[in-house]
Design a protein around this ligand. Structure first.
Ligand code: 4NP
Length: 182
């Protein structure tokens, strides 16, 4: 019994997520500004988790590798795309912190620049191993495919981001459900 119990103690470095058996599965989506793509992925994933009746089992958040927009709500175009799809996209932008590696089991990046910037921040190989590209969960996406930055584009770009997130988040949820037997 003691051996099992010790298994769930925090690491000395404090950088490994401490997943309790039956505890929350913690997922953080990350983009650059935390006003377009990652709040969209967060809203979409939250929606899918709720549809699956699993809201109690998850903690879902998002953050940016930059702090340009800290405190801002999601871009109005991302919110509008969400409304068109019947998905709530809200929250306040915040920068991703080094300590977030200890708070989350999965750190899900939108593009290769996010992966690189998060990799620089990771305090350990265990922390770095939590970083995955969102579309890598989509078996039909090309290798290293990004969720493209819609910030300088039009409304169609935000609808496309939402659909890419919907597909990839569905596969992410399936993978977590398989791993956790949910
Ligand atoms: P996001 O999009 O990373 O998907 O939130 C951007 C938001 C803001 C900026 C760039 C991308 N910006 O340069 O302010």
């Amino acid at each position: 019994m003691l051996r099992h119990w010790l298994h769930y103690l925090p690491s000395v470095e404090g950088d490994a997520a401490v997943t309790q058996p039956g505890g929350a599965i913690r997922v953080c989506f990350v983009c650059l500004g935390n006003i377009c793509r990652s709040p969209t992925a967060e809203g979409v994933f939250r929606h899918l988790v709720a549809q699956a009746g699993l809201s109690e089992r998850f903690e879902i958040d998002s953050a940016g590798t930059a702090d340009y927009h800290a405190g801002d709500p999601p871009d109005h175009r991302a919110r509008a795309a969400g409304r068109r799809a019947g998905i709530t996209i809200d929250g306040a932008a915040r920068p991703f912190l080094r300590t977030d590696f200890a708070r989350f089991d999965h750190v899900i990046a939108m593009d290769a620049a996010n992966v690189r910037d998060l990799g620089f921040m990771a305090p350990s190989p265990e922390a770095a191993a939590k970083i995955r590209l969102l579309r890598s969960f989509d078996p039909h996406a090309e290798k290293d495919a990004p969720v493209p930055d819609p910030y300088y584009g039009d409304a169609a770009g935000f609808d496309q981001v939402l659909e890419l997130c919907r597909t990839a988040c569905g596969h992410l949820l399936e993978e977590i459900r398989r791993e956790r037997r949910l």
